[in-house]
Design a protein around this ligand. Structure first.
Ligand code: ADP
Ligand code: MG
Length: 229
């Protein structure tokens, strides 16, 4: 079982005001254990829709999503919640940190939810944040951190539970170019160190080139980086 993710024939359409648009028209995608894949596509091409499906965050899809060999469609709500918690980590464009908690607490929380004891969770959070250059910002709340620092906290939070697969939706999209480059490089280094796989949506070709493989969403299907279907 070398594929942490295997998506087959994924379809998703939206109907609004009597008009139906087919956003995903049969997406096939495999991500191998430890592989970092860039999901490229212009704005509106369906990257977020695909990540939401793979993240088991939304229903309404046809097709198969297997995560670590488990077929999502065969799981009930509890099963999907468990799989999401045990196997997945998320990084969003806007970090979605909890504003009333400081940096270390934001990284501790997802671990405590999984019954990791407080001492272990804090040690893990400190180690991750330290590795991201935030050792001196542990007690700062999100509002006291720069955009790049907040996004690093979000990266640490996503990796806190050692997910087999990290899903990142434009993870540096709200940062200036220089900061985006630095945070992305740190994100990729940490994902590699941790041995996680990642699926990273971006519309930035330059950032995509830093990943192991590039796939492109085009008219609802995926092409690999060479442009072949
Ligand atoms: P991307 O992330 O690549 O910019 P999205 O996945 O956000 O693209 O959107 C793809 C298309 O699906 C867009 O045309 C968008 O308007 C449409 N869409 C996404 N979510 C919804 C929704 N909940 N209801 C209706 N249309 C949606
Ligand atoms: Mg999007």
């Amino acid at each position: 079982m070398n594929d942490i993710l295997k998506v087959s024939g994924l379809q998703r359409s939206f109907t609004q005001g009597g008009v139906t648009i087919e956003v995903l028209r049969g997406v096939d995608l495999s991500v191998r254990t430890g592989e970092i894949v860039a999901l490229l596509g212009p704005s509106g091409s369906g990257k977020s829709t695909l990540l939401q499906a793979v993240g088991l965050l939304e229903g309404g899809f046809d097709g198969s999503i297997r995560i670590g060999g488990e077929e999502a469609a065969q799981l009930d709500n509890d099963g999907r919640t468990r799989l999401r918690r045990d196997a997945l980590g998320f990084v969003y464009q806007f970090h979605h940190l909890l504003p009333d908690f400081n940096a270390i607490e934001n990284v501790v929380l997802p671990q405590v939810i999984r019954d990791v004891d407080m001492g272990t969770a804090r040690a893990r959070a400190e180690s991750l944040l330290g590795s991201l250059g935030l050792g001196h910002r542990l007690e700062h709340r999100p509002s006291q951190l720069s955009g790049g620092e907040q996004q690093r906290v979000a990266v640490a939070r996503a990796l806190a539970n050692r997910p087999a697969l990290v899903l990142a939706d434009e993870p540096t999209g709200n940062l200036d170019e220089r900061t985006a480059d630095i945070v992305l490089a740190e994100f990729l280094r940490l994902v590699r160190e941790e041995g996680s796989a990642a699926l990273v949506a971006t519309h930035n070709e330059r950032l995509a080139e830093k990943m192991d493989r590039v796939v492109r969403l085009h008219e609802g299907v995926l092409e690999d980086g060479s442009g072949h279907l």
